[in-house]
Ligand binder design. Structure first.
Ligand code: PLZ
Length: 443
């Protein structure tokens, strides 16, 4: 098969006639509860280019929501999956174990920060891993309260909906929700009303005071936080906040859990985003980037926490399926051999420089923020901080019409987020940013 050229190409209008016809079939056959970011049908995708069925080549600035960090159909992943599936498709790890599962756990225990003995468990989705993390922390501490934050996203299952902050679209009408979940203020620097110079300390005092007075620290099983808040709009907690929180957790025998589903696996210019503050969480949740698009998620924690459940207390039919484990091992090899952690930092520099130049020109860009190749801009009305989702929608639509796929985010629906595959060439990245600049000029 011809390799897919890593360049943008418009063969038709976007969406083209074949995609438009297929989207009509989708409308008839598929639940209306699912959204569509870009109404084209993919034919194939390699590295940072998605080719649709009309022959358009689209630059992928979203990586399938931060999943194909190693690129779409990365060669090592394709080979590993093909070999694994030809060997055996499934036994269930708790029925007849296999080496791939063990090796992925060994790799996670090695790659996650923390100079203590760790163990892991594998699941199918980020939400399922978050559910397991909470189960394990509750079992270990024999406590029930869970502390989460404003703007958080942790999934769409019943428990993880309760952990997630935003009502529309994630929760509305889907309750009742699980109890014993307590939501705390998130120090969102751009929108913080207090003293900008003492946000981390002030927020820490506020949160720990609330935990002590409103819940009782001795009732708290876990504090769950995204080291870079993902769906909520790429909010980076101010430096010092998370380490302070973890110190409080440790003092009170609370399990400190980092949800690195979106921020992990090389995305932020570190293997895990907590490494930016030299943190060693008790527990880390991985998914998305871990297996190059194959469904895999994991919980990694201190061995004593992971071993506290009784035998048979944890499990699942597919979790850590052999084919998916082979993909994960190939992803880890790719990240290490292609030095994608450094590459993420490099991409981040290009993104931030280019977006800051745009911000200087267009006052509706209120803030440029993020870590590594996890960067966003927040759009506001000129001279205010009032969210500007209309401008966001127009810019995104313009980019799509020119063959650039860019994702959105944010509690106020006004954040444009950049999560390109880490193998994207500088040339392709700059082309996409050029189209984005045209999008702002077109407003
Ligand atoms: N934790 C931090 O970002 C998934 C959601 C897409 P799953 N984010 C993308 C959508 O609209 O459904 C996510 C996340 C963080 C957990 C999850 C959940 O991961 O694999 O989607 O279950």
């Amino acid at each position: 098969k011809d390799p897919l050229p890593q360049s943008r190409h418009l063969a038709t209008e976007i969406p083209g006639p074949l995609s438009t016809a297929a989207m009509q079939r989708r409308k008839e056959a598929v639940s209306g509860g699912l959204g569509t970011a870009m109404p084209v049908i993919v034919n194939r995708a390699h590295d940072a280019i998605i080719e649709d069925i009309d022959g358009n080549r689209i630059i992928d600035m979203g990586s399938g929501i931060g999943v194909v960090n190693v690129g779409n159909s990365a060669p090592r992943v394709v080979k590993a999956v093909q070999e694994a599936v030809a060997n055996f498709t499934h036994t269930n790890f708790t029925t007849v174990p296999y080496m791939g599962y063990i090796e992925v756990c060994e790799a996670l225990n090695r790659l996650t920060p923390g100079k203590f003995k760790k163990k892991s468990i594998l699941q199918n989705s980020g939400a399922e891993a978050v559910e397991n993390a909470i189960k394990i922390a509750r079992h270990y501490t024999k406590r029930s309260a869970i502390v989460v934050f404003e703007h958080a996203y942790h999934g769409r299952t019943n428990l993880t909906m309760a952990l997630t902050a935003k009502n529309i679209p994630y929760k509305d009408g889907f309750g009742p929700f699980a109890n014993e979940i307590y939501r705390m203020p998130m120090p969102y620097s751009y929108r913080w009303l207090g003293n900008p110079n003492t946000i981390a300390q002030d927020a820490l005092e506020m949160v720990t005071h609330k935990i002590e007075k409103e819940i009782g620290a001795h009732n708290v099983a876990a504090i769950l936080i995204e080291p870079v808040v993902g769906e909520g709009g790429f909010i980076v907690p101010p430096v010092g906040f998370m380490p302070g929180l973890q110190k409080f957790a440790t003092e009170n025998k609370i399990v400190f859990i980092a949800d690195e589903v979106q921020s992990g696996f090389a995305r932020t210019g570190k293997m895990f985003a907590v490494e930016h503050e030299n943190m060693e969480p008790d527990m880390i949740i991985s998914a998305k980037g871990i297996a190059g698009g194959m469904p895999l998620a994991a919980v990694t924690a201190r061995a004593e926490i992971m071993d506290s459940s009784h035998v048979g207390g944890l499990g699942g039919t597919y979790g850590g399926n052999p084919v998916v484990c082979a993909a994960a091992l190939a992803v880890i090899q790719t990240i290490e051999e292609e030095k994608l952690v450094d590459r993420a930092a490099h991409i981040g520099t290009i993104l931030v420089d280019s977006l800051n130049a745009l911000k200087a020109k267009y006052p509706i860009i209120g803030e440029v923020r993020g870590r590594g190749a996890m960067v966003a801009i927040e759009l506001v009305h000129e001279g205010t901080k009032n969210p500007n989702p209309e401008a966001m929608a127009k810019v995104i639509k313009y980019c799509q019409s020119k063959g650039v796929l860019i994702l959105t985010a944010g509690t106020y629906g006004n954040v444009i987020r950049f999560l390109p595959p880490l193998v994207i060439t500088d040339e392709l990245l700059k082309d996409a940013l050029g189209v984005l600049a045209e999008g702002f000029a077109s407003l």
